[in-house]
Ligand binder design. Structure first.
Ligand SMILES: Nc1nc2c(ncn2[C@@H]2O[C@H](COP(=O)(O)OP(=O)(O)O)[C@@H](O)[C@H]2O)c(=O)[nH]1
Ligand SMILES: [Mg+2]
Length: 301
C-alpha cells in the first residue's frame, strides 16, 4: 500500500465523518452564500480543526471565492483543498538527520506513543541501512526501558539503558559516547513525559539538550513532539507547553486510526506553525507515515 491508500485506510474514521458532512455542504447548496460558509465552518470545527483554524480557513475561502469569482460550491471545494494544503505547509516535513551521528529527541506526555513512535522510526531508518541507537532516557519506570528494548530488538537498532531511576542526562551521555564509538548514524532519545511536574520536566529536558549540544555541537538535531490525535484540542494545550520548554522542530500525531477528529493535524500546523513530520495510524512497526500535506488533504476530502 502506498502513502495515499494507507493514510486513507488509517484515517477512515475522520474521512467518513468529514466527507459525509462536507459533501452535504458542497452538494447541498446551489450557491455560495453566508449559510454555506456557516455550515462549512461548523463542519471543520466538528472535524477538530478548532474554532480559530476553522474560521481562518473559511475566511480565506471567502477571499478566494471573491477573487476568482467562483459561483459553484464544487469549485469552492477545490479551493478549500488548496487552502488546507497551504495551512499544512509550515516547514520541512523531512527529518534533518544528515550528520553522523544525528540526534532525534522525542518528547511528549505519558501514553501519547513516544516509545512506539521511536520503534517505528528506528524500523524505517534501519531498513534504509542506517545504524540506529536508541537511548532509554525514560528512567522513571523500568518497564519503559524494557519496552524500548523490545523495539530495539525488533528493528535491529542498538540500545543504551541504565537502571530505573538513573539520571536521564547521564544515560544520554552514555548513549552519545557509545554512538561515537560504534559509528552510529542516528541516536534516538526516549524521554519521560511527566508534565504535571513542569519545572522538573523542564530541567530534565534542558539538561539533556545541554549534554547533546556539548557533546555533539555540529550534529543535526530534531526535537519531535508526540501528540495523541485522539485527545483533540487538548493536544494543542500540551503542545504549547512543550513549545515553551523545548525547541520543537516537528510534531508526530499518533493514533489517527482511532479518531474521527483527524482535523487536529491542520489545527496543530496552523496554531503552532510547526510541521507535522509523521502521523501514526496503528500500533505496528509500519504504521507510521511520513507526512505529505497534499496527499493528506486528498485522502481526507
Ligand atoms: N492505535 C494506535 N495506537 C498507538 C499508536 N501509537 C502508539 N499507540 C499505542 O499507545 C499506547 C502508548 O504508547 P507508548 O509508546 O507506550 O507511549 P509513551 O508513554 O508516550 O511512550 C501503546 O499501547 C501503543 O501501542 C497509533 O498510532 N495508533
Ligand atoms: Mg514510553
Amino acid at each position: 500500500m502506498g502513502f495515499f491508500d494507507k493514510i486513507k485506510a488509517g484515517m477512515s474514521k475522520t474521512r467518513e465523518a468529514l466527507s459525509n458532512t462536507l459533501d452535504s455542504v458542497f452538494s447541498g447548496f446551489s450557491q455560495i452564500d453566508d449559510d454555506f460558509y456557516d455550515e462549512l465552518e461548523e463542519c471543520l470545527i466538528l472535524a477538530d480543526l478548532g474554532v480559530d483554524t476553522a474560521a481562518k480557513a473559511t475566511q480565506r475561502l471567502r477571499q478566494v471565492v471573491k477573487e476568482k469569482h467562483l459561483k459553484d460550491p464544487a469549485e469552492a471545494k477545490e479551493a478549500l483543498k488548496k487552502i488546507l494544503v497551504w495551512m499544512l505547509e509550515v516547514g520541512d516535513v523531512d527529518l534533518k538527520i544528515s550528520t553522523k551521528p544525528s540526534v532525534i529527541l522525542v518528547i511528549g506526555v505519558n501514553g501519547v506513543g513516544k516509545t512506539t513512535t521511536i520503534g517505528k522510526i528506528a524500523t524505517q531508518l534501519t531498513k534504509e541501512g542506517k545504524n540506529v541507537l536508541l537511548v532509554a532516557g525514560d528512567t522513571f519506570r523500568a518497564a519503559a526501558a524494557d519496552q524500548l528494548q523490545i523495539w530495539a530488538e525488533r528493528s535491529g537498532a542498538g540500545i543504551v539503558r541504565q537502571h530505573e531511576g538513573a539520571d536521564p542526562a547521564s544515560v544520554v551521555y552514555d548513549g552519545i559516547q557509545a554512538a561515537k564509538a560504534r559509528g552510529v548514524d542516528v541516536i534516538i532519545i526516549d524521554t519521560a513525559g511527566r508534565l504535571h511536574n513542569k519545572t522538573n520536566l523542564m530541567n530534565e529536558l534542558n539538561k539533556i539538550s545541554r549534554i547533546v549540544e556539548r557533546e555533539l555541537p555540529e550534529a543535526d538535531k530534531e526535537v519531535l513532539l508526540v501528540l495523541d490525535g485522539t485527545t483533540g484540542q487538548n493536544g494543542l494545550i500540551q503542545a504549547r507547553q512543550f513549545q515553551q520548554i523545548a525547541g520543537v522542530t516537528g510534531v508526530v500525531l499518533t493514533k489517527l486510526d482511532g479518531t474521527a477528529k483527524g482535523g487536529i493535524v491542520i489545527a496543530v500546523c496552523d496554531a503552532l506553525q510547526i510541521p507535522v513530520k509523521f502521523v501514526g495510524v496503528g500500533e505496528k512497526a509500519d504504521d507510521l507515515m511520513p507526512f505529505e500535506p497534499k496527499d493528506f488533504v486528498e485522502a481526507l476530502l
